[in-house]
Design a protein around this ligand. Structure first.
Ligand SMILES: O=C(O)CCC(=O)C(=O)O
Ligand SMILES: [Fe+2]
Length: 196
């Protein structure tokens, strides 16, 4: 957690255990046929999307996706740890599963969008066994010293970074690449009733 505060990002290996890894992986393969179907908007939006990112996603819903209850519990624990040790006020979250088919990538970006700045911490859990150096698909982080750091997307590894401070990209992947990606959100309490 100190590393996240000081370096703006941290890589934690074996963040999830084998059981949870298998649960998430089973859930993912169960849903793989419906990835992206819910999220496809107007045709032109979709075209723009394809020029900057090549992944397909499946947004999670805590009430509906109860099979992942161990993950939801871990998430609650992670948020309270961050609130305690990094003095954050995280309340909400939004998570999706992501699949980059071979050839997929995501150009360099920040995770906070114009007009919406409540994404505080980005959290990615990788779900790829036997990842080899030639498989590509690294997360490329531009660190505080403007140096590039590459993170292999290996199974059970978690990366946390400050959503507003860390430009990053996903380098072209040469095989299917899976992850569970989300954002820990700050929701000002005075706005909570309006946002529902
Ligand atoms: O999968 C990754 O390594 C990063 C994904 C990402 O940057 C995003 O979904 O915003
Ligand atoms: Fe991102």
């Amino acid at each position: 957690m100190d590393e996240l505060a000081e370096q703006n990002y941290v890589v934690i290996d074996d963040f999830i255990d084998n059981n949870l890894y298998k649960e998430i992986k089973n859930f993912l393969f169960d849903k793989i046929d419906v990835f992206d179907q819910a999220g496809i908007g107007a045709l032109n939006q979709n075209t723009i999307k394809k020029t900057i990112r090549g992944d397909k996603t499946y947004w999670l819903n805590k009430e509906r996706d109860q099979e992942l209850h161990v993950f939801w519990d871990l998430l609650a624990e992670t948020k309270s740890t961050l609130n305690r040790y990094c003095y954050l006020s995280l309340s909400g979250d939004e998570f999706h599963l992501a699949h980059y088919p071979s050839g997929g990538y995501y150009a360099r970006h920040l995770d906070q969008f114009d007009g919406r700045n409540n994404r505080m911490i980005s959290m990615i859990i990788y779900l790829n066994e036997n990842w080899e150096p030639g498989d590509g698909g690294q997360l490329e982080i531009l660190d505080k010293n403007r140096e590039l750091q590459l993170v292999d997307p290996i199974a059970k590894r978690c990366v946390l970074f400050k959503s507003d401070k860390v430009p990053h990209a996903v380098l072209k992947s040469f095989k299917d690449r899976y992850s569970l990606t989300g954002w820990l959100l700050y929701q000002p309490t005075n706005l909570a009733p309006i946002l529902g």
